[in-house]
Design a protein around this ligand. Sequence first.
Ligand SMILES: NC(=O)c1ccc[n+]([C@@H]2O[C@H](COP(=O)([O-])OP(=O)(O)OC[C@H]3O[C@@H](n4cnc5c(N)ncnc54)[C@H](O)[C@@H]3O)[C@@H](O)[C@H]2O)c1
Ligand SMILES: CCCCC/C=C\C=C\[C@H](O)C/C=C\C/C=C\CCCC(=O)O
Length: 169
Amino acid sequence: MNEIKWELAIQVNLIGVTIGSLLAIEKYFPKYKSGDKAFIINLSSVAGVAPADFCPVYTATKHAVIGLTRSYGLNKHLLEQGIYVMALCPSSTDSAMVDYMRHVQRYKDLYDDAYAKFSSYFQKATTIGKAAIKAMTDGDSGSAWFIKDEEIYKINFPTLEQLIGIQLQ
Ligand SMILES: NC(=O)c1ccc[n+]([C@@H]2O[C@H](COP(=O)([O-])OP(=O)(O)OC[C@H]3O[C@@H](n4cnc5c(N)ncnc54)[C@H](O)[C@@H]3O)[C@@H](O)[C@H]2O)c1
Ligand SMILES: CCCCC/C=C\C=C\[C@H](O)C/C=C\C/C=C\CCCC(=O)O
């Protein structure tokens, strides 16, 4: 998260995740996948689902990660290659990134309001690992998962067909 060096945030959060997905789908899995299934787990955020006034660029990249995940998660890719693509959407989580922003003054100034409003609690990073296992066990490709402690659930989004009113056969 870096709203000051925002081009860098887009490079890392969106272009980095896109390159990772393309490398996995086009190069890595075709060569190394041995079983029926392979998984790509992308890190989005609660800010990938709802807007956050203190970090619009971060929020845009995390929304984009949801779009990338849901699109590569559609049946076409699943059926062709057996690749399941999921996104995790954690709420605030204790990590090096948060710690850095909490202590570095130029970021602290920018995020002060957000800390006052949201940061009374940070979940443990190990919770995200548990959620990843739950997502893979559930096995719904294209799904995005809200994570806040024990509260871990699939987020509902409309499909393109539902939005534009196409009747599926
Ligand atoms: N901490 C939170 O509250 C929170 C909540 C929701 C989502 N997320 C997301 O979770 C993911 C992990 O973040 P985190 O909170 O664990 O922070 P973190 O600082 O522990 O992890 C970020 C990792 O990204 C790596 N990284 C940074 N720039 C890189 C680059 N240019 N190339 C390769 N690697 C690079 C860092 O080395 C570090 O290992 C991020 O995508 C973050 O947006 C975090
Ligand atoms: C919590 C605000 C301080 C900044 C935290 C730093 C990074 C967090 C990045 C995450 O991707 C989360 C993004 C936005 C968080 C917004 C609201 C958190 C809601 C807190 C809650 O679970 O009640």
